[in-house]
Write a protein that binds this ligand. Sequence first.
Ligand code: FE2
Ligand code: FE2
Length: 198
Amino acid sequence: MLTPSRDNPRLQALLLQLPAGLRQHIERVREKALELAKLHGVDTVKAEVAALAHDLARGMEEDELLRRARAYGLTLHPVEEVVTFLLHGPVGAEMLQRECGIEDDEVLEAVRWHTTFNRGMGPVAKVVFLADKLEPHKVQVYPLLEGVVSLAREDMDAALLTLLQEEIISMIRLGRLIHPASLEGRNELLASQKDSRR
Ligand SMILES: [Fe+2]
Ligand SMILES: [Fe+2]
């Protein structure tokens, strides 16, 4: 089993094949993930590797994502069959494991669930989900995120809950499908927040 490392040659080779704009986004996510990991005492090596790998499959066409998901034997949720783009996390995690030899569960779950989030996520997955949504370019495009950027420095769970709730509300308004993993993640965060207030 390979220890996760940003210098993994196979990972670096896969990253080099990605379009320039996507590589720039990944670099911003890497920096944000390192910042959050340091602030919250999360393993910086795992956070960095997961951030680098999170969008390995983001550049793939929909039919390629579906083809790979089936070839890897992934069980597709009906929402993923319609919103195929959601598969880039699970397919990316499979690539990281199968092609780069990275077996670390925390890194793999961070890549797998970086788009929808899920319940039971560990600190590395929380850092990567937040870093992906709060990297500077996205905050520039959506200035309302600035408040969540500060919140994420103080309390990752509170920032995650805010982001997930906003996203779920906006998906409902837009009449879009919601992946149940996002709801499960949101419910878990909400319940633990209420528990800690008791
Ligand atoms: Fe992504
Ligand atoms: Fe991303």
